[in-house]
Design a protein around this ligand. Structure first.
Ligand code: DQA
Length: 150
């Protein structure tokens, strides 16, 4: 079972970027941790990051075409990208799972972070557990897809 773990803008700055909000784990540390957690759960995991909306939209199309489930931290795109939302909808409407994750708890932060335009088309959302949000998302995915081949 393939899983794409996709990260949006500024997440390559993890560890350096506002560590009081996002913690001290670096992006490389996140990649290693997510790949390890996914592998232990029996997933074939690929972890990617981009600051480019077109690229993350293309990756969601790729998920549909390769029958891959998705764990996605859309970062700031969460709050305003209808293009990302429409691409995410193709994943979940295509019978695949897409779990939205956030490192911080957006509801405890600025007003503009309280709205996700992605949430309504996601399978579910996990937020506020630091990089552990990715582990919880992968565990949820394991439970949802069972031990089947897809
Ligand atoms: C974030 C929360 C977003 O509001 C913010 O724009 C990010 C990261 C998180 O993981 O907590 O870049 O998605």
């Amino acid at each position: 079972t393939r899983v794409l773990v996709l990260n949006g803008p500024n997440l390559a700055r993890l560890g350096v970027r506002e560590p009081d909000v996002y913690g001290h784990t670096s992006y490389d540390g996140l990649v290693e941790a997510a790949a390890g957690w996914g592998g232990a759960l029996g997933f074939e995991v690929e972890v990617r990051q981009t600051d480019d909306e077109a690229e993350i939209v293309a990756w969601l199309h790729e998920a549909v075409d390769t029958r891959s489930h998705v764990v996605i931290n859309p970062a700031a795109f969460t709050h305003y990208s209808y293009a990302l939302r429409d691409a995410a909808a193709q994943v979940t409407h295509g019978g695949l799972r897409l779990i939205e994750v956030h490192i911080s708890n957006p509801y405890a932060r600025e007003e503009f972070r309280h709205r996700s335009v992605v949430g309504a088309v996601a399978t579910g959302t996990i937020a506020g557990f630091g990089v552990g949000s990715y582990r919880l998302a992968l565990e949820a995915l394991r439970e949802l897809v069972g031990d089947g081949a897809d």
